[in-house]
Write a protein that binds this ligand. Structure first.
Ligand code: FES
Length: 109
């Protein structure tokens, strides 16, 4: 990913909710944690399952600062991407977030 791209409105991103957007062809999940918007890849590094399916919420969940893959229960820290529970061994991609007024922009970290 190169540069920042507007992907959402700040008011649409709320705590406990996973919002799927696309930025430069990459599937990105947005959520709010401790009052800040965070962004991470929608692709689990274990066997490439999507954390969030378009139009089918609830396959994966967020517990505190960990996203849980609905396929085989891998857990990742959504702040730094690190694996918190196997079978995944590789971290997920985390993106940088910028807030411009009510716009949410995502870019490389
Ligand atoms: S694909 Fe996510 S845990 Fe297996």
């Amino acid at each position: 990913m190169e540069g920042f791209e507007k992907v959402a409105q700040r008011g649409d991103i709320t705590a406990g909710k996973l919002t799927l957007v696309e930025a430069q062809g990459e599937a990105v999940v947005l959520t709010e944690l401790l009052g800040k918007v965070i962004a991470f890849s929608n692709i689990c590094t274990h066997e490439d399952c999507d954390f969030v399916f378009d139009g089918a919420d609830g396959e994966s969940g967020l517990e505190g600062n960990e996203v849980i893959c609905g396929c085989h229960d891998s857990r990742f820290n959504v702040l730094d991407g690190s694996v918190m529970n196997p079978p995944a061994t590789e971290p997920i991609t985390i993106y940088a977030v910028q807030i411009d007024g009510d716009d949410v922009l995502v870019g490389p970290r």
